[in-house]
Structure formats: C-alpha cells, structure tokens
Design a protein around this ligand. Structure first.
Ligand SMILES: Cc1ncc(COP(=O)(O)O)c(C=O)c1O
Length: 400
C-alpha cells in the first residue's frame, strides 16, 4: 500500500518543542542521568487538597460525573467563570458570553479557528508561546511576528502600527508572558488599545499566568476601555494558577457571537470538557486556594536565585521577569565560542550542549521566535535551581 497522504494543513505545523524537550530530559533521567529539567511549563506543586477533596466528593456522588454536559460547559461553571472575571478583573460578562474548554490551549485553538480565515494576518509579539503561530498556520492564517526583544519584551504602539495591514485580523496579547515572564503595564496595553481604535482587529488576551505576578499588576486588556472590551476575547484557565495542568480546563470570555462560534466548533470536536474537571474548577474558582500566596513567595525566591546566578555567568544577560515561572536569558554572548570540540553556533547547539554536557535542560529561544536566548522554567525545587546555576556557570567557565 502507498503511504497514506496527510492533509496539507498538518504539513504546516510542527510538534511542540517544549513538550519534546521535556520528554527528552525525562528519557535521559530514565537512563540514570542526573538531569535537571528546567523545561516544564507546569507548577511543581500539587493541586490544592481542598480541590482534590471536592473532586473525590463529586466522583462519589451518584451520577454526578457520568454524563456529558452542555458543550460549552455546565451552566453553574459558566456562571462561576463570569463571577471570577468580575471579581478578579473588573469584567462584566453574562454566562452566555463565557465558555469552558479543555485547557487554555484549546480556548486559543477554538478562538483562532472561529476568527481566522485563510490568508488573514495575526500579529504575534515575539518571543511568543510556541503554539500561537502553529495554530494560526493550521487554520491557514499568516503569523506576523513582531520582535520585542529590544523593548523589554513589550510590544510598543509604534511596532504595532508598523505591523498592521488591512489583512490584520487578530492581535495576540499574553501577559504575564511565556516564555519571557514579562508583565505588560496598563499604560503599555492602553497604547496598543489606542492604536487598534477604529480598526476591526480582534484581540486574544491570554491571561493564563494572571495569578503569578510578582512585580507590577495584572491588567486585563478587555478592562482597558469599552472599545477594548468589545474587540477582546479573554482566555484563562486553572492550569498555572492552581497547579492543575492535568485537569485540562481553560475558559474564554468575549462577545457572545464569538463564544457561540467557538461553542459550535467545540461541539463537533471535543464536546464538553471532562465533567469531573469542570466540577473541580467550580471549587477552584470559588476562591483562590490558601496555598497560592505561599507558591508565589516560592516562585519569587527561585526567580531571584536564577536571575542573579545567570547574570554572574560571563556572556549571559538575564532580565528579571515580573511574572509566570520562566526566565529568558540572552546567551548571544556565547555564540561563536567553543566548548572543547564543539562550536556553539546558535541557541539550539547551546541548549543541546547544556543538556548532554552539563545535564541542564532548557528550551532554545528560537523555538519562541527569539534566537540567541534560552528559556528556563523555575517550576523546579530550590535545590535543583541552585545546582542548575552552578552547572551552567561551570560549563561557561570551560568555553574558549
Ligand atoms: C501562554 C500560555 N497559554 C496557554 C497555555 C496552555 O494552558 P492549558 O494547560 O490550560 O492548556 C500555556 C501553557 O504552557 C501557556 O504558556
């Protein structure tokens, strides 16, 4: 039999590099290597006990989790999501304007699927989360990548103006951001909202790291003005805020006709998100878990160790991120140097060498549209972070 032909649309996407590198680090660890994996995009804490206990209760309540729910989520959950947006973000949504998805990644996928036509341009500030351009490509849109590395990883009004064309359909905003951890201020976002006034450009505001802000404040794009509200779909989820990556619940809120379209798409793909996870999310959204402030303190301490340690390594520069759990150091000072027989010609080679020779796993910046940088996650123990810094510094000392 001849090889089965794939659809052209899958030829336009690559598997997730971060998941691949996490798997690679795990495989090396399984071989007995003492690898420190700073690749993960997930908190290293357990889902709070109260949320797990409530899930156990749901599981034991006869029939509570056995059936489908409406595709866009349980009515009680849609209400709870709307209440969360009002409480935390000052955003007024009716339950019909919100929906639950199978993770915030799925919310983004549904939204891009609902908005982007073949050839439509989507402005994606770089460094970007790996999935944005892939999703846009999948749906036949055209990612328009705008580098922000010389403006503190913040998209400026000027850069946005330059990137806008009559084909621009969507702007992606992600604050706090992955992979940089940058937190965009109210003023910075307002400047972007001002540029968009009078256009028909929609905004996808991915706020999945909202609860992990250490410096500055989290501002929802939709809360900037009535104009911003009308053009924005706000996306969030339980994964990062409540250490619930495995539960797979994200949610979206915006204009009702957009949410309806996303709901139609979802109804023909996944149907509803898992009923048990929806019920656990109800508990999670009722009030922030008691563990959250402690987690934040831990993340701040780890961030500070990592940033200070990396800045002491010759050739490495690391900005201090205001949120999320990533640092995004600039390794361009290492490019062109040698580690024994190996020429460090780009960030992928640096990353591979750090993994195999120093046993520290990160992700190359080029995967996020920022060659010369590396991403390290500090969702790892204090001990691992300290050791990782020592290993990177030791590797750096051997460069010629
Ligand atoms: C910016 C960003 N958005 C969305 C997601 C996906 O979140 P979820 O696990 O809820 O699908 C991630 C996960 O890495 C992320 O970094």
């Amino acid at each position: 039999m001849t090889l089965l032909k794939l659809a052209t649309r899958v030829g336009r996407i690559q598997p997730s590099a971060t998941l691949a590198l996490t798997a690679r680090a795990k495989a090396l660890a399984a071989e007995g290597k003492d690898v420190i994996a700073l690749t993960a995009g997930e908190p290293d804490f357990e889902t709070p006990a109260a949320i797990r206990a409530s899930a156990v209760e749901s599981l034991n309540a006869k029939g509570a989790v056995d059936r489908y729910t409406p595709a866009s989520g349980l009515p009680a959950l849609r209400k709870a999501i709307a209440a969360k947006f009002k409480r935390d973000n000052g955003l007024e949504y009716t339950p019909e304007q919100v929906m639950a998805n199978c993770g915030a990644k799925h919310s983004c996928f549904n939204l891009i699927g609902a908005l982007v036509n073949e050839g439509d341009e989507v402005i994606i500030p770089a460094p970007y989360w790996v999935s944005y351009p892939e999703m846009v490509n999948f749906f036949g849109g055209k990612p328009v990548v705008v580098d922000t590395s010389s403006t503190g990883f913040v998209l400026t009004a000027e850069a946005l103006k330059k990137a806008l064309t009559p084909r621009t359909r969507l702007l992606i905003v992600n604050t706090p951001g992955n992979p940089t951890g940058a937190v965009w201020s109210r003023e910075a976002q307002q400047a972007l909202a001002d540029v968009l006034k009078g256009t028909e450009v929609a905004v996808l505001s991915d706020e999945i790291y909202e609860k992990l802000v250490y410096d500055g404040e989290h501002v929802s794009f939709a809360a900037l003005s009535q104009d911003a509200y009308q053009r924005t779909v706000t996306i969030n989820g339980v994964a990062k805020a409540y250490a619930m990556t495995g539960w797979r619940i994200g949610y979206a809120a915006g204009p009702k006709h957009v949410i309806d379209a996303m709901g139609a798409l979802q109804s023909h793909s996944t149907s509803n998100p898992t009923t048990l996870s929806q019920l656990a999310t109800l508990k999670a959204l009722a009030q922030d878990p008691a563990e959250l402030p402690g987690w934040r303190q831990k993340f701040i301490a780890r961030r500070d160790v990592l940033v200070k340690g990396l800045n002491e390594v010759p050739g490495v520069k690391c900005a201090k991120p205001g949120g999320a759990f990533y640092v995004f150091p600039d390794f361009r000072g290492w490019i062109g140097k040698r580690h024994r027989d190996l020429l460090l010609k780009d960030d992928s080679v640096i990353c591979e060498a750090l993994l195999t020779r120093a046993l520290v796993a990160g992700v190359p910046g080029s995967e996020f549209g920022a060659p010369g940088f590396l991403r390290f996650s500090y969702a790892a123990s204090d001990d691992e972070i300290r050791k990782a810094v020592e290993r990177i510094a030791g590797f750096g000392r051997e460069l010629t």
